[in-house]
Design a protein around this ligand. Structure first.
Ligand code: NAG
Ligand code: NAG
Ligand code: NAG
Length: 454
């Protein structure tokens, strides 16, 4: 049998779905903006996905009629439309669930599929056909009828037109297995399973889809190491905070093109990988509340775009590398509650984005000196050095505790690297015009279990 391979190029125009819900036209989320609460109308982006090959999952080709003149079979039944197939999946799913807030009340015979609560329709690429392009069950608290965890199979894996699946605060789990066929869905780019009952190892299948840009697994019960493949993927947003991940961050960490990363409140250990400094787009990074140890790699000073860097509540030690004075976009730098020591570098306290309403928290460490520029920051409450070992300041550790610590402090390898300044930092002379006031960081909202918008 000859295989016909049609080469089709679909262009699927993806706009901000929140905007287009009303218009009922093509409406798909480019919605890390949704999740991150950025203003939708201003940040509306159009993402064009072009795929090659005939993998669009179209109708089965009509089989050639057998050349028997005597017998004429009845015409085959008309294949179901994409929308009708999805409707059956949704209605079947409804029969399985306990829906305490009646989220799916409108999912019934008298309602158009596209008017089902939480369903977003769009015109399928290169066709006139409507399809279910997204499913938003955020906050619905769904479980099975008998109060157990819901499988993801039979729902998300059965609507191949999906571009996003957002189910924050439900009781989904991998009972029934990982919904493997999402890895082949041609337009699937956002998976939000946050605050569900997902347990087991890092779901490597979840990142096998090349289109995926947004992965939110925060507030689940995932265990074991984070798969290093995560950092090779083209993800823009990775939220895996508040699980029970263990192990070290892999050396390929710096390969990630992601902008927003939250690894907070897990049980990650080992030292921060040096390659971290080479991740090109990092904008906000939350590592707080883990068991990271060792010294701060000077390479972090290469992060030109980083606005939020929070490694508080870990076991980090050693001095702050002078390279940190090169973090030219940093506004929120939180190194509090570690075992850092030495002198707080003066060039860190000179960074304009810190000085202008930023936040530099070094509380609860073992610093014993601060650079001259730091004093005014303490006064303006930008810099917090409480509970350190700095003579002459209130609210410091006792001399005894400081003495004990310094007697047994761990030294860092490659000491010279702490003095390396990979930028020309003449902050003082270039500040004729004040920098823009700091914008609200977005990832801190990920530290609460609810969905990120509203
Ligand atoms: C389902 O999830 C919601 C939201 O997280 C929670 O309030 C509810 O207790 C859960 N139901 C069951 C049966 O676990
Ligand atoms: C996806 O996998 C499920 C098995 O859970 C199967 O029943 C279903 O038909 C598949 N859906 C598609 C669209 O391939
Ligand atoms: C700075 O950040 C710390 C830690 O997140 C916070 O407790 C403190 O309130 C912040 N300070 C200001 C002035 O915003």
């Amino acid at each position: 049998m000859a295989r016909k391979t049609k080469s089709i190029f679909f262009t699927f125009l993806l706009c901000s779905w929140v905007v287009v819900v009303v218009a009922q036209e093509v409406a798909i989320a480019k919605s890390e903006s949704e999740a991150l609460g950025e203003p939708e109308l201003e940040k509306r982006e159009t993402l064009e996905i072009i795929i090659g090959g005939g993998g669009g999952g179209g109708y089965p080709a009509p089989s050639p009629s057998p050349s028997s003149p005597a017998y004429c079979p009845p015409p085959p039944p008309k294949p179901l439309s994409r929308l009708e197939k999805a409707r059956r999946v949704l209605l079947k799913f409804k029969t399985l669930i306990y829906d305490p807030d009646c989220y799916t009340q409108s999912w019934n015979e008298n309602t158009d599929t596209c008017d089902f609560n939480g369903v977003r329709c769009a015109t399928y690429p290169n066709s006139e056909e409507k399809a279910v392009a997204g499913l938003d069950l955020n906050g619905a608290k769904l479980s099975t009828k008998d109060g157990c965890n819901l499988p993801l199979t039979g729902l998300v894996d059965s609507i191949p037109e999906l571009t996003f699946f957002h189910v924050n605060s439900n009781n989904f789990s991998f009972t029934g297995g990982f919904p493997n066929n999402i890895t082949t869905f041609p337009f699937f780019f956002e998976l939000d399973l946050s605050n569900n009952k997902v347990s087991g190892q890092f779901p490597t299948q979840a990142i096998q889809n090349n289109q995926l840009v947004f992965l939110d697994l925060r507030f689940n019960q995932l265990t074991g190491p984070i798969d290093p493949k995560l950092f090779q993927r083209d993800l823009d947003v990775i939220f895996v905070n508040d699980n029970q991940f263990t192990g070290c961050l892999p050396e390929n960490f710096g390969s990630t093109p992601a902008r927003y990363l939250t690894f907070a409140n897990n049980r990650l250990s080992g030292s921060l990988p040096k390659s971290l400094g080479y991740a090109p787009s990092l904008t906000e990074v939350l590592f707080l509340g883990n068991h990271f140890e060792g010294c701060l790699p000077f390479e972090i000073g290469y992060l030109k775009k980083v606005v939020v860097f929070d490694v508080s509540k870990n076991l980090l030690t050693g001095p702050i590398p002078l390279s940190f004075g090169c973090l030219k976009s940093i506004q929120f730098l939180n190194l509090a509650q570690n075992k850092l020591y030495g002198c707080v570098p003066d060039n860190l306290c000179q960074i304009p984005s810190i000085r202008n309403n930023g936040n530099l928290s070094l509380a609860d460490n073992y610093f014993k000196e601060i650079g001259p520029s730091c004093w005014s920051l303490i006064k303006s409450k930008v810099l917090d050095v409480s509970r350190n070992c700095i003579p002459g300041l209130p609210d410091q550790k006792s001399p005894k505790e400081c003495y004990q610590f310094y007697k047994t402090k761990k030294t860092c390898p490659n000491q010279n690297s702490f003095y390396y300044v990979p930028c020309k930092s003449h902050w003082g002379t270039q500040s004729n015009k004040p920098p823009a006031p700091p914008s609200e960081p977005v990832t801190y909202n990920a530290l609460k279990p609810h969905r990120l918008r509203l």
